[in-house]
Each structure stands twice: as C-alpha cells, then as structure tokens.
Design a protein around this ligand. Sequence first.
Ligand code: ADP
Length: 901
Amino acid sequence: MTVGINQLVFVCLAYVVILFAVAFLAERASAQGRFGAILRSPVIYTLSLSIYCTAWTFYGAVGYAARSGLEYVTIYLGPSLVMIGWWWILRRLVSIGRSQRVTSIADLISSRYGKSNALAIVVTLMAVIGVTPYIALQLQSVVLSLSIFAKAEAAGGQAFNATPAAFWVATGLALFTVLFGTRNLNVNERHHGIVIAVAVEAVVKLVALLAVGIFVVWGLAGGLGETLARIDASDIGEWEVQGSRWTALTFLSAAAFLCLPRMFQVMVVENDDERYLQFASWAFPAYVMLMSLFVVPIAVVGLDLLPAGSNPDLFVLSLPLSQNQNGLATLSFLGGFSSATSMVIVATLALSTMVSNHIVMPVWLALRQGGATQSGDVRGVIILARRMCILLIIALGFFYYRASGGSGALAAIGTISFGGVAQFLPALLGGIFWRGATRAGAFCGLGTGFALWIFTMLLPSFGVDVALSKETFEQGLLGISWLRPQALFGIDGLDPTVHAVVWSMSLNTLAFTVVSVFSFPEPIERLQGAQFVNVLDHSGPSRVWTASVAGSEDLMIMSQRIMGATEAQIFFRKQTKAQGLSGHLPEPTPAFIDALERELAASVGAATAHAMVSQIVGGSAISVQDLLAVADESAQMLEYSSQLEQKSRQLTETAAQLRAANEKLTQLSLQKDGFLSQISHELRTPMTSIRSFSEILRDTGSLSEEDKTRYASIIHAETIRLTRLLDDLLDLSVLENGQVSLHLGQEPLHSVLARAVTTVVSGGDGRLHVHIAPQEEDVVLNTDLDRLVQVFINLISNAQKYCQADAPALTITPQLTPTGLAIDFVDNGKGIAGDEQAVVFEKFYRVGGSQGDGAGLGLAICQEIMERLGGQVRYLDGSRGGAFRVTLPHAAMAGQTVATS
Ligand code: ADP
C-alpha cells in the first residue's frame, strides 16, 4: 500500500491550514500584545534563521554527500562561523538595521550610500536575478518529491504531470505569502505570523530529517557501528578534501548567509532584540549540526540499498518509501515541503518589499505630479504593489523552473544563487566598517562582481551551447582568449566554482575599494557613513535638516497615508509631547523630521521615505540650501567669536585705561600732598618773619625809630608777598578747576604788549631793556586780553627777575605762522638747562631752588591761561638766553590787520 498523490495533497493542505492557523493566531496575539514572551524569544529567532536550510539542504545535502563526499559540510560551516563570530559583524548589522529602521538589504545598502535609490534598484534587481533560480529550485524540489510518490503509485493510477503540480504549489505559496506577508503595512516591517510559521516549519524539518536518519541508522543499517563500517567501506569515506573548493564554498555560504535577502529579513528586519544574537550564536550552529548529522549515513545507505540510477537528491524520501514506511515518508515529505515553503515565503516577502519600495513606489511617486501630499491612501498602493510583486516573483520562479526544465543538481543551483548574492558583501561590509566607502565605489564593485558572476557562473551553468556558445567556452568572449568564462585572464585549471568566486569577489572588492578611495562622497553619504560605522558608539541621529520649511500638517497628511491614521496620530502626539507642546502637531524640528523619516522608512524604505519627506520639507537630500545654512551658521559663529574677541580687546583696553587712570590718581594724590606741604612751607616762611618782627616791635621797648620803620617795612613786604602768593594760588585753583569765564575783547597786539611792558618796567629797577621787534602789520587780537596781558607780564617780569646779564635785555618778536600767531620772549640771560625746560611749568618749581620773591607759580599760571585761550606757552630751546614762545590760534585773532604806525 502506497501513499497516493491525493492523500499527499490532502496532507499538504492540512499542514498548510495548520500553518495558517498558527500564523493567524500569532499575528492576532501580537496585535493584542499577548504571548510576547513566546512570539519574541531567542528560540523563535534562532528557529526562524533556519530558513537558511531550504529544500536544497534538506534533500540536496544528501545528494551532495553522495556525489562529493564531505564537501556538503561547507554549506553549514560558513553560517556557523558567521554566527559564532556574531558580535563582529552581525551585531553591527542588526544595530544598524534597528537604528535606521532598515527594511531590506537593498534598503541598507542604499541608505548607507546616501539613500541612493539608484543603488537600491541595482541591489534589488541583482537580488531578484540571484534568488529567482533559488525559488525555482524550491518548486522543483517539491515537485520532485511529489513525483517520487507518484512513481510509487504509478502502477495503479494516472501519470504524474510535473508542470501543473509546480503551478499549483507556486500558487499556494503565493497565496500564503500574500495573506500573511501583506496583511497590513507593518510597523517596523515585522511579520510575527510568518516568523512563527517559519519556526514551526523549522521544527518539522529537523524532526523529519532526524526521524529519517534514525530510521536509516538503526532501522536499516543495523546500528551505529554498522553504519560507520558502511561509511568506511563506501566511496564517501575516501573523498579527498580539496582545500581551495572548501575555502571557496565556506566563504560563499558565509557571505550568502549575510547577504541573502531572506536571511537579512529574518536576521535583521524581524529581529526584536539584539541580545537574541547571543543565544543564536550557539543555538543556530547546533541546529545546523543536527540537520547535517545523518546526511552521510543516509547517503551511504541510500547508495547501498537503492537501485543504481536513483536520484541521490531524493534519498531522504525514497529510502523510507522503498521500505514501505509510508508514515515516515510522509513526514519526510512534509519536512522538505516545510523547507521549501518557508524559504519561498520569506524570500518573496523580502524581495517584494525591495521591489515595491525601491522600484514601484519611486515610479509611482514620480508619475504622480502632486507628490506625497496629494490625497489618497498610499498604504493601499504599497500593499497592492507588494502583492503584485509577490505574484510576479513567484511567477518568475515558476517560469525559470519551466525554462530550466527542472534539470540540474539541486546543490549546483544553490551555489550559483549564493555566488550572486555574495556580490553584495563588499559593499555591505565596507559600508558598515569603512567610512571612506562611497556610492560610486559600491556601484562599481556591485557592477563588476555581478557581471563576472553572470559570465563565469550563471551563464555557464546552463551548459555548453545554451547561453554561451562552445566557442565562447573554448576561445573566450568575442574570441578574446583571456575572456573565457572558466579561465578568465588565461588562468586555467581552476575548479569552475573556485574560479568564479575568486574572480568575481576579488575584482568586486578591488573595484569597490579603488573607486571609493578615488571618488568624492556627497555630504549625505558622509553623514550616513558616519552613522553606520559608528553605530555601536552612539545611536543618535546627526543628520542636517533645515527645519521650519515644512508645515507639520503636510507631514501629518502624508504620514497618515503611509502609517495609517491612528498610528500617525499617535506618533505625532508622542512627538508633540516630547517637545513639551500640547495638541497633535509638533514643531518641524530637525529631530522630529528625522524621527518621522525613520518611522516612514520602516514602511517604505529609507530612500523612498527620504524622498517623500524631502518633497515636503523642501530640498532634496542635503540640498545646497542645507549646506549654506550650515555654512551660515558657522559664519555666524565666526562673527560672534570675532565680536567676542573685539569685546575682550575693548575690555583689555578699558582695563589698561583704568589702570592708567588709577596710576594718575595715585600720582595726583601724591602731587596733592606735595602741593599742600609746599603751600604750607611757602606760607610759613613769610608768616614766620611777620610774626617774629611784629613780636620784636611789640616786646622790645628800646627800639630806635629807624629799626621800627625797617621792621615794619619787612612786615609790609612779607604781607605783600603773602598776598601775592595767595592771589596766585587762588588764580591757579580757579584756572585749574575750569571755572574761568573768558571776557573777550579786541585790541591790536602791539598795544597789548606795550601795556604789559609798561606795567613791568615801571614797577622794576629800570635795568631791563625791553625791545619789541617791529612788524609790518599789526594783528588785532580777539581774546581775553586781561588774561593775555597777565601771561605777558609774567614772562617779562621773569626776564627781569632771572636774567643775570650785565645789561639785561628782552626781545619780544611776534610773527604770523600757518597755525596762528607766535610771540617769542627771548632775553640775554643764561636761560634754562635742557632737563629743566619742561619742569619749570610745574607748580612751585624753581630752577636751582632759587629763592627770591617768586613761589614758582608764574609759569604754571601762564600755562593754564594759554590753554584756556586755545594757545600754548612753551620753552624755546636753542636760543642763547631764556626763551619762551606763546602761540595763539587764528581763532584768537579778529582777522583784520592794521598798518603799524
Ligand atoms: P616765579 O613765579 O617764582 O617767577 P616761574 O614759574 O615764573 O616762578 O618760574 C620758574 C623758574 O623758572 C624760576 O624760578 C626761574 O628759575 C626760572 N625762570 C623763569 N624765567 C626765566 C628766565 N627768563 N631766565 C632764567 N630762568 C627763568
């Protein structure tokens, strides 16, 4: 009795219904926030990673072992190494994925390189091309497994037709993915239902494979020892390990583990907590180890027991069937079915996200003139786009299956697919570890790698004379010998896989690195690069947005249509609250716009979100305006700092002025003290003599009349001196305090001088001869004449007092100068020595401490007066005798001249 196709289809359907139920319940529980501990746990996360083990590994590993011995281990080795080294790459990747709300590997790469949509499109197309054969492979494996049952049944019934079977399988898978992958446009792009279903399938395939393994070892081979003996006896035990193939395949599977869109989906996008990686780092290798445990025994026993020519890719199924173990065979079939379906579901989900976010949405946005703010629900469009993409991708897989005729070993197709997606690796790793990586570099690397992959791996895989002609294989492309697909640059004799991997990966990396080094990144690339590379150091956004341009309302309208009204409102309200405002519209601050962009990126991808927000906020990417704003800001800072500098300079100056003023005050205070003591001294001298002589007059009775008169005269003279001194002091103090009011009058200079001379000479001993130099024109003065006369008198009387010449003579020479009027008083005495010329103008200064009747105030008074009159008096150096020059400005002259008579 065999299992009929119909029964099998029924079992499949039942199984799918169960998966539906599980996914549905999980989805509902997640929406209601229940069973969080189960839905989000490291165990589920690890099990979801098992989509790495597809039908290729479920069936194909045994086939692989039967053909190439232990080499199949490399397929598990790569991912295990990556998982064990999780903290190095994965943690970074997951951190970036979470902080940047990345939705796919295309999104991550485009986001890293300046949110370039062109790059996203390239990666998306590459992923679709690379993964389509893989999807076909899954269909093929399901169909193959069905056909095994059909063959067993063939004696009693209808022939098995592969194509409709594949079609129905594809349709079923598409339906499942559409139903669970696009039920809603998910916040964070997470699909709890699908993840749980995948986890269940992971358990089913493991249990199935272990069950078959146990049956084979203990049920067929007769125990562990027997099995080992069989393995030793078989060819497999003698397979040689080819170092280069092992290295290449291990590397390839490790790279694919990181780069496969579906792996990226479960590992990064669906990740709820970075710490799950810690658990998965040992649990996942343990899982794949269990998956590979019985591969060799099944292969060996299969080769031994089954008729020659049996397909080793299906030993897992055909062995139990050959022993009439229908239950086990059905379980095994379900295992393979699980492997195939979980892979197809997640892969198409990931690919459809990429296609809709990076190709359909931008096109749709571009076609709609109004941009993102126009009415209409974008969510509907996105979901529709996703569904169409899912159907399209599965259809592509189906057509590839049809076209390739379902031929070829499973493992070979898998390796080719791995080689394709591995081309993302340099751009991916470079992007997260190297700030210098640029968009141009990524483009060139990806392009080079992909072209080489197509030429050396994909096209040759179809066989000679299918895609590439026999001549191309033998003589190279266009007859160029170093362009042979399996001997590039004339390097012969390499294993084709190793050859393809080495050339595509190394030239990819080389192009990426060299172009990155020599190209200049745009500002947004630099910013994104810094965020990606430093993701573990800090996780705050640092991008520049010009705020204030956007209306929050426009952003709100757009967000509602992408995130859904309720979610958008909740998000906006939260942001408003965070800004300390009330209501539901936050200020469009850079921080807010950044947060919003991330939130939107979770639904439509970074590039599209950025494009949409840019459309509203104005300025695409980082516009020139943004940069100018930054530049302005720094210019302002510079100006501000220079202002500060100037202020501080002013302050320093003020401080210096204050210091000087303080010094002057101290000096003035000293001067004041000196002045007071000088005055008291000056007053004391005449007072003392007045007192002494008046006492003598009062107390001495026997004074002669002559003495009395003499003493009285002394007292009289001293009194006059005292009075004069007090007058001078008073005068000086009035002048110094600026309390003088000038009494302007007009008089010719000549008569003013004559008056002064007359005053002095008439009061003197008549010895001084005063000569006023004759002038052609006389000047009429317009100034305070009394004060001026006072100055003249002082100077003339000084000559009278201090000129020691035998025949003292004073020459007064007035002359007109460009600045006004200068009057020189030059006598024929010995004058004043150079170092004393300035100080004679100080109060109480007398040359050589000379006594006489002057107190040393005369010149000081002269100086004060001349200052008030707008002129000046100074010593005239260079003359032979005492020489002073009085100057007066034009303003002090009436302007008219009179002829001298
Ligand atoms: P005083 O009021 O006592 O005359 P001044 O201030 O006018 O004092 O003069 C200060 C000092 O300058 C005098 O003590 C004198 O020694 C010196 N001096 C002034 N004029 C002459 C001059 N024409 N020749 C020589 N020495 C002079």
